[in-house]
Design a protein around this ligand. Sequence first.
Ligand code: SKM
Length: 492
Amino acid sequence: MDKAKAEGADIVELRLGSMSFSHISQLQNLINQRTLPTILSLRVNESTNGGKVDSISKNTGLQVLRVALQLDVEFVEIDYEVASDIIMIENDKPSNSQIIVSSYVNGERPSRERLGNLIACMQSTGADVVKLIVEVNYITEVAPILQMLTHSQVPLIATAVGSRGLISQLLAPKFGGFLVYGCLKSQTIPGIPTLLSLKQVYKLDHVNPWTKIFGLVSNPVSHSKSPLLHNYALRHIGYNGIYVPLLVDNLKEFFRTYESMDFAGFSVGIPHKEAAVACCDEVHPLAKSIGAVNTIVRRPTDGKLVGYNTDCMACITAIEDALREREVENGGISHSSPIAGKIFVLVGAGGAGRALAFGAKERGARVVVFNRKFERAKALAAAVSGEALPYECLDSYCPEDGMILANASAIGMEPHTDRSPVPKEALRAYKLVFDAVYTPRITRLLREAEEVGAIVVSGVEMFIRQALGQFKLFTGGPAPEDIMRKLVQEQF
Ligand code: SKM
């Protein structure tokens, strides 16, 4: 309880079933000494031999409930199955405690109708607050839960279980949820954000019904630093928005489900960038020619989804700036792109690879593509009038010195930081090495490239530049670049 208080909790939940008491007086002491408003959660079994994890017998439950009511614990949470029996006790003996009636929903996909009926039944027990714990398999299944939060007549708490349910917590204040669950920083509970992230990253205290929702559509998504960066920047300029991770399996279904104007813009990450093109109503010419979208904005005038690609300029300008900086150090300066005429070796032919290939070609480079699936390498090479070579040739590829290497594969990304797409010795052929991976900031590829004397450009530079472009598209105004760069410097 003290830890929760120190981390900024407003209220704490004590689960009786997971504590051991030898005597009820210990519980009385704990309640009397509570340092935060408390929910005492009683998972009561009707049978004596158990069945539910964390549960206690009905007799113990009734005893505890009497104590809790006597001591005016702020909230007592009980299961729907035993709610009517137990609420009778409260009626006998009025108390200031409020009763939360909770139910676990699993099995078939939760529909609006099913949840609505359940809430009505739970409310009819006399509950002050209703709580739903819903098992979800896909993020799209969270939508009816958010709708329930908006329309419920009774104060409602809803948690969608698992990492695909995370937005049930992050978006609860927008849709009218009674409270949001956060866990201590020492805990990991899939779908439950840490209290610190709620306070420091998502700043839920500022979220209200008018808050616009932005998010990263990706799978995986938890590695991303976009929520950290975009939420910080939104707050800094006083924009009423929240940016959340969206763990999406089926892109089309996601956009079909979350079609309201509340969902104002999206970043698109692996592996959805190419499929995202077909999900947009309109696609910017650059993104169209690349065949990959990493930013989607819902146009406020008609709700249409418009796709862009901010990756391309981000990575190409990051590479150019690094080469120019070296030219200046060496006393030279060229007016054309420093990439022009160079061999640009690209590893990976996914969404990020496509952005790099099109950007490099546009600047006049000769693009050579390596990809584990050779067919994809060939298709991308053909699109940029380049060359595709078998992946096995990458280590020995050295037609000339001074080439540029760009890794657009996930090789070397956390947690596999000991991996690199190209061995150290082979890196001597490159003047500059770029890695689109940004976790960690310096990958093994970059470390070894630096050791053999190449100029290195971290994916962090691309990450920040693509985010600056996105932020502008999301908000319609300039991004606070200095403070975004400072955050990246401090936190990445
Ligand atoms: O294109 C970007 C995307 O916009 C955000 C992102 C991330 O948050 O990790 C990575 C890149 O794919």
